[in-house]
Design a protein. Structure first.
Ligand code: SF4
Length: 322
């Protein structure tokens, strides 16, 4: 019990975005329509709770398509896949549902279109992240990854007349702007997207943390270690000078973090369900928090359509995770 905690401030918006909601619903509806098991390439979204819930409902998560039996139904995760993975899945004859977030697909489409016009690309993103592998894998060559400003000096495109920038959708808005400026300084003719590839959900959650951080003594981010946008939220709060921690579940909260803290800021990455936020609130109340207040913020109303074949009204989303 920590009598010092007066209030929990809830960031708005937080948690599930439209792409995550759609990806989870695709798996749930596929299980309802075709029966278990349904195979999912990579974690459908980077959240331990979501993955375990879907496993319990009959999803099997794999990384290698060789582990999927012939005739199976396969779902691609929200992060998107390379052309090579798409082709392999088709060659193996799976029934495929693509849960790639439409905002990631938009980047893939842009890359394909500009590549046909002779462009090479500089991709700003994190090496090894499945979204980066999927986007870079739209081409077999001519796409160069930069992770930070230092990398910009080392990148060596074959030509600089037709060069375009693309970014991972879940980056730090501020870091991406700094790296893009370094790219622009080195390659003044570089083409940049009209609108940043960083998605609305990433932008809105970071904006909310910027407003919340100065008002609190500690920030808790609900998110899994693999979640890019959740990590960026924790880093952002820390950079703004507020002690911050990311937790996968309420069990990971440590009472000593809250000693001497009057106000606790709470947010959640785009792949973290609200049920986990509720559990964190309950735990912080048990530590002594007196009240919970939702901050004002943007109301997100975006919803992405489901793929053909899973839209039927007669397939209810059974116990949709939220
Ligand atoms: S975080 Fe952005 S890009 Fe990723 S699934 Fe959500 S809306 Fe799509």
């Amino acid at each position: 019990m920590n009598p010092g905690i007066e209030e929990v401030l809830l960031a708005e918006p937080r948690g599930f975005c439209a792409g995550v909601d759609r990806a989870i619903e695709i798996v749930e509806r596929a299980i309802a329509k075709f029966g278990a098991p349904i195979y999912v390439r990579h974690e459908i979204v980077h959240n331990t709770y979501v993955v375990n819930e879907l496993k319990a409902k009959g999803a099997i998560f794999i990384e290698d398509l060789a582990d999927v039996p012939a005739g199976a139904t396969l779902v691609f995760s929200a992060h998107g896949v390379s052309k090579a993975v798409q082709q392999e899945a088709r060659d193996r004859g799976f029934d495929i549902f693509d849960a790639t977030c439409p905002l990631v697909t938009k980047v893939h489409v842009e890359v394909a279109k500009l590549a046909k016009e002779g462009y090479e690309f500089i991709m700003i993103g994190h090496k090894g992240h499945p979204e980066v592998e999927g986007t870079m894998g739209q081409l077999t060559s001519g796409i160069h990854l930069v992770e930070d400003v230092a990398d910009v000096a080392d990148v060596s495109p074959a030509q600089t007349e037709k060069l375009a920038v693309v970014t991972q959708t879940t980056l730090s808005v501020d870091d991406a702007a700094e790296i893009a400026a370094a790219v622009r300084a080195r390659f003044p003719k570089v083409r940049e997207p009209k609108q940043q590839d960083i998605c609305y959900a990433t932008q809105n959650r970071q904006d909310a943390v910027k407003i919340m951080s100065p008002q609190v003594d500690i920030v808790i981010v609900v998110g899994s270690p693999t979640s890019s946008n959740s990590n960026r939220l924790r880093e952002l709060a820390q950079r703004l000078g507020t002690e911050s921690y990311m937790v996968d579940s309420a069990d990971e909260l440590k009472p000593e973090w809250f000693e001497g803290k009057g106000r606790v800021g709470l947010t959640a990455g785009a792949s973290a369900p609200e049920v986990l936020v509720r559990e964190v609130i309950d735990r912080v109340r048990a530590f002594g928090a007196v009240s919970v207040r939702k901050m004002d913020g943007i109301e997100e109303t975006i919803k992405f359509p489901l793929p053909k074949g899973l839209k039927l009204d007669d397939i209810p989303p059974p116990g949709h995770i939220s």
